[in-house]
Write a protein that binds this ligand. Sequence first.
Ligand code: DGL
Length: 265
Amino acid sequence: MADSPTIMVFDSGLGGLTVLREVVAARPDAHFVYVADDAFFPYGHHGEDEIIARVVPLMGELIAAHDPDLVVIACNTASTLVMTHLRAAYSVPFVGTVPAIKPACAQSKTKRVSVLGTKGTVKREYTKALIRDFAQGCEVTLVGSPELASLAEAALSGNAISDDDILTELKPCFVGDPTDTRARTDTVVLACTHYPLLLERFAKLAPWPVDWIDPAPAIARRVSDLLGPRVSEIVQSGAEMIFTSRRAHTLGPALTPFFGGRVPA
Ligand code: DGL
């Protein structure tokens, strides 16, 4: 791959930016195309068949239009369903984002882990299989949040989000005796790429301190390994941002940090 590689990062909305920023840091030589399928947001409110029927043909159009060297599905709600369909349909390499249950359970000392995702992600057979295979003796609590992804989008767009609204969705993650550090949740998996956008608020509102597991750095390492060595003479390549609703993006200064300072076209 002599030219700057093109990496496409796909999500239902702006949550995939939390994966993008790690991939951008790992691969400054790449050209980035970020796609927010906001016309179909939130994925967490759609049925499994609907998501497959939406994402698989849309990905074909995006691949034809942008010719990426690699695609990151930066969405747990989609990745827990569509990866085998995408790999069967298209030859470009895909990297998915799925709940980081294995590392979370490996590091939990109290053996109480919560998985915070969309209602869709926590219902998936894929997620249940991860728990069967990798719980390593932990009690895993699945917490399906109906609204957090939308709250995160609103916060990134500069709207005020109340502590109460966040805490209502967060609270079920905290299980066990609050006064006993050895018998309460100590690890929470951020199983939706939107949630790291609210991480500071989560940490402030949490009833007690926990470790929050964000898989984005591991995804960035995987992307970099698959692409091979960096194109050394390229210091920084460009970026594009696409909304499937075709709305113009008005989030300029809020977005550029996720693109490593690039101004997305
Ligand atoms: N960002 C997506 C995820 O990681 C989901 C948000 C949505 O419901 O569309 O699951």
